[in-house]
Design a protein around this ligand. Structure first.
Ligand SMILES: [Zn+2]
Length: 288
């Protein structure tokens, strides 16, 4: 484990925010970012991500399976963000979905984009990658730092909090965009919440930091991106009360592998943030 400064503003000034499983989250006093500190060292993180690549014998219980109901949610997000306009153009678009998991988003985009979109998924977990391939998707694993291809769209859903240095990774993704290309990111807008209102579990030390709408927009703009649209949605772990949802929560409480929150009216349920941004310049050199 290593002590780290805030990757966002480089400040070493932070205060205790919360703890979980013996790990501590601190809040940067200067910019407000929440991050795990101390956190596993870069070598440890790369060792873990490498072991994910080769651990093909992991139990399905750990890696999960393709979630059909996610596709309905993704379809509605793509509609909210007006991707239909892109999908109806004559031009063909290339799309990369980073850490695509079992490929729920890849499959949704290919269904909706049909003939206009060539989408590939990047996935380090062999079991997930193979399951996605069995469903007919083009899912691969390669090293992004040396990858030569460029894309019209790069998406990364629920990836941000796992990155040791998001400014560096997102700068790399921006480099991999064609002129006028776009990013689509999903992460939580939670850095400004008080600890008692932050959704739990934090899933430490898998999650390394939590950002906010303000910080992420600032970062994207610094990287030469123009933010086109931001939407926030209710987190899926907080159901809206109905007797049917109550029954479902009770079932989740008893079924192994499921989590029931029984939180039908949490303080800040709408922190599932989606951001669509367009590349307007090649000036990404200001980020280390
Ligand atoms: Zn900071």
């Amino acid at each position: 484990m290593i002590e780290v400064d805030c990757y966002n503003c480089k400040s070493s000034n932070h205060e205790f925010y919360d703890s979980e499983n013996g790990h501590t989250i601190v809040k940067c006093i200067q910019c407000g970012l929440l991050f795990l500190n101390p956190r596993p060292g870069d070598e440890e993180i790369s060792r873990v991500s490498k072991s994910r690549v080769y651990k093909a014998d992991e139990l399905p219980k750990v890696t999960g399976t393709f979630k059909e109901d996610l596709k309905e949610i993704y379809l509605s997000r793509l509609n909210d963000f007006n991707y239909a306009i892109m999908f109806n153009q004559k031009k063909r678009f290339t799309w990369l979905d980073i850490n695509c998991g079992h490929g729920e988003f890849v499959e949704t985009v290919s269904t909706l984009g049909d003939k206009q979109i060539d989408i590939i998924g990047l996935e380090p977990n062999v079991r997930k990658l193979e399951q996605a391939r069995e469903r007919g998707m083009d899912v691969r694993f390669f090293d992004l730092s040396t990858h030569q291809e460029k894309y019209d769209v790069i998406s990364a859903l629920n990836v941000y909090s796992h990155l040791p240095n998001p400014p560096k990774d997102i700068a790399r993704w921006c480099e991999m965009l064609n002129e006028g290309g776009e990013l689509l990111l999903q992460t939580g807008d939670t850095a400004e919440l008080a600890a008692e209102h932050h959704h739990k579990p934090y899933s430490l030390p898998d999650h390394l930091s939590f950002t906010s709408k303000k910080l992420l927009i600032e970062l994207l703009e610094k990287l030469g991106m123009k933010v086109i649209q931001v939407e926030k949605y209710r987190l899926s772990q907080y159901p809206i009360f109905s007797y049917l949802e109550l029954l479902k929560e009770i079932a989740r409480f008893f079924l192994p592998g499921h989590v029931a929150t029984f939180k039908f009216s949490p303080e800040h349920p709408d922190t599932d943030m989606w951001i669509r941004a367009k590349k307007i310049s090649n000036n990404t050199s200001s980020i280390e």
